[in-house]
Design a binder for this molecule. Structure first.
Ligand SMILES: C[S@@+](CC[C@H](N)C(=O)[O-])C[C@H]1O[C@@H](n2cnc3c(N)ncnc32)[C@H](O)[C@@H]1O
Length: 231
């Protein structure tokens, strides 16, 4: 799969579906809460898409930076966030100096990169010592991934979808030099379900800023949220 094919697939997807391709804005608060961000610092969102994650950064008084390979997505982000520094760039070659960022996020995107290790090394390079990272990544051990994607082959090859087990993700992050502070399950599917139930009067006021309890153990999570730091 070439980078051009992947980039073109994302350009077409954003042109056709716009923000509907992604989660709503409120789904992104949890990442700032887990990072325990402090106001006045800066955040780089790698593969920021049209800026959903960065659209929340203002509520935490952070300076916003983002890059994405899709020019269509970056144009949408620029329109929405005129005070953010957002650029078209490949995560494997970040256009920033060493030791620049306090926080780095990369959500639903590491599994899209051709050279994952290079992309992570770049994030390590531009992170300050003590910086914190938040990565949301797909779990290959989940039954739905194994059956639907691997066995039935409905994987989106043009969008370069992928997944790894919790152990495989952990090994890669540690190999790059990050410290793993915490691994959470992605709570958004539970929030969405609870909200749907509340329409029927069963549950109300679901707190989307907190990891919601789940019946299944973390190895079965749809996606993992890794909180890392650069020692
Ligand atoms: C599933 S979307 C997630 C977007 C955003 N992180 C969010 O959660 O709202 C994946 C994003 O990865 C971007 N992407 C894929 N490969 C990339 C690369 N090598 N460098 C930068 N961005 C990339 C795509 O253009 C797309 O915007």
């Amino acid at each position: 799969m070439s980078q051009e094919t992947i980039t073109e697939w994302f350009n077409q997807t954003y042109a056709k579906r716009g923000l509907n391709y992604l989660r709503p804005k409120e789904a992104y608060y949890i990442f700032y809460e887990l990072l325990k961000v402090e106001k006045g610092k800066n955040i780089l969102d790698v593969a920021c898409g049209p800026g959903q994650m960065l659209s929340v950064a203002g509520d935490y008084q952070l300076k916003k930076f983002g890059i994405d390979i899709s020019a269509v997505a970056i144009e949408m982000a620029k329109q929405k966030l005129p005070d953010a520094d957002v650029r078209v760039a490949n995560a494997e070659d970040l256009p920033f100096e060493d030791n620049t960022f306090d926080y780095i996020s990369c959500l639903g995107s590491l599994e899209r990169m051709i050279n994952l290790e290079k992309a992570l090394q770049e994030q390590y390079r531009v992170a300050k010592t003590g910086a914190k990272m938040c990565y949301m990544v797909r779990n290959s051990d989940r039954a739905s991934w194994k059956i639907v994607k691997e066995k039935l082959g409905v994987i989106n090859k043009k969008g370069h979808q992928g997944a790894k087990s919790m152990k495989e993700w952990s090994n890669i992050f540690e190999k790059i030099g990050f410290t793993i502070d915490k691994i959470h399950h992605d709570q958004w599917p539970t929030v969405r379900w609870s909200r749907w139930m509340s329409l029927n009067g069963a549950l109300k006021n679901v707190n989307y800023k907190k990891i919601q309890p789940t019946m299944s153990n973390i190895e079965n999570a749809y996606e993992f949220i890794f909180i890392l730091s650069k020692p």
